[in-house]
Design a protein around this ligand. Structure first.
Ligand code: FVH
Length: 299
């Protein structure tokens, strides 16, 4: 019989919710010796038939391996799970979603306990784990040495993208992408609300929406270039003055259709605010200049 365990890094996984269980299954299927612990023991016991070594306590699970992966609900549950556990010499990989500040504080906390640390942000759902064709991946930041040591193991469940040694940057990338996603969802929701009650099937608007949003994807790179150059006017085809004037049509149509414009007004208001601040200076810009109004200073 072939022992597939001999060449694969052993690791410990703390947290077996929907995501943790999906992660566990991919490491087990790939032949990694895996020790698991979960607050609700039944979820850990369920993985024993698949080859997982089940630990009764988090401390025991941590003691078993050098590489420790956390996939818990939030930063408070990380604190609760590792409180008082000896982390000396351990490599901690925190796949728990958190803020950049939590990532930085957790890195300092781990270092003070003699551990190396990387924080992470998972860009995917549990069904995308172990399924590279779905395009899911994980942002990592923090100790480059830890990441390089364990990269092959970390890439088993999903692609790995290291975004720097600042332990807050994985969370910041995660939150930036998720925030953009919700803005997109808001616009899509508003579009479908506009046609509700009309003789237009959502299914007929759907491909048109997808195609249009794809065509507007150029804005992502365009905005990045303008934010770098601080040139908001060169080559502008759809200037701010025109867009502010046209936005009245969007709001009037929403009112005529009996649809709240609450999901789109924040962005339209920002465009108006930018134009009103100095019409002569900003009329010829694209809308990227408006986002410079968003910074309010850190909390
Ligand atoms: N599921 C998803 O689609 C997203 C995809 C992107 C990344 N997120 C983040 O992944 C973390 C885990 O998410 P999850 O989907 O596994 O979440 P749950 O199924 O709710 O499992 C939560 C686990 O955390 C344990 N837990 C909660 N509180 C505590 C605590 N105080 N002490 C110890 N463990 C705790 C919980 O244990 P139990 O309820 O089974 O006893 C689960 O193991 C998360 O950060 C997502 O934002 C998922």
């Amino acid at each position: 019989m072939t022992d597939t365990h001999t060449t694969k890094t052993p690791l410990t996984l703390l947290g077996l919710g929907a995501m943790g269980t999906a992660l566990a299954r991919t490491w087990l299927a790939a032949g990694h010796p895996l020790t698991v612990w979960n607050r609700t023991a039944a979820k850990a016991a369920a993985l024993a038939p698949e080859g997982a070594l089940v630990a009764a306590e988090a401390a025991g699970a941590v003691a078993g391996n050098d590489l420790i992966v956390l996939c818990l609900l939030d930063d408070k549950s990380v604190e609760a799970t590792l409180d008082g556990v000896d982390l000396t010499g351990k490599d901690l990989v925190n796949l728990t979603t958190g803020t950049p500040a939590e990532g930085r504080a957790r890195a300092a906390w781990a270092e003070a306990r003699g551990a190396r640390f990387v924080d992470a942000g998972i860009m995917g759902t549990p069904s995308m784990i172990g399924a590279p064709e779905t395009g899911g991946y994980v942002f990592y930041s923090g100790s480059r040495a830890l990441f390089d040591t364990h990269r092959v193991t970390l890439e088993v469940p999903a692609g790995a993208r290291f975004v720097g040694e600042d332990p807050g940057h994985a969370a910041l990338h995660d939150v930036a992408l998720l925030s953009a996603m919700y803005g997109l969802f808001a616009g899509i929701s508003h579009a479908y609300a506009l046609i509700e009650g009309e003789d237009i099937a959502p299914a007929s608007l759907s491909p048109l929406l997808s195609e249009w949003l794809g065509a507007m994807g150029f804005f992502v790179g365009n905005a990045a270039e303008r934010l770098t150059s601080r040139d908001f006017t060169s080559g502008v085809e759809s200037n701010l003055a025109m867009q502010v004037a046209a936005s009245a049509t969007l709001l009037t149509t929403a009112a005529e259709q009996g649809v709240s414009a609450e999901l789109i007004t924040p962005y339209l208001d920002l465009m108006r605010e930018r134009l009103a601040a100095d019409p002569a200076a900003h009329a010829g810009e694209d809308t990227t200049g408006a986002l410079t109004l968003l910074r309010r200073g850190a909390a």
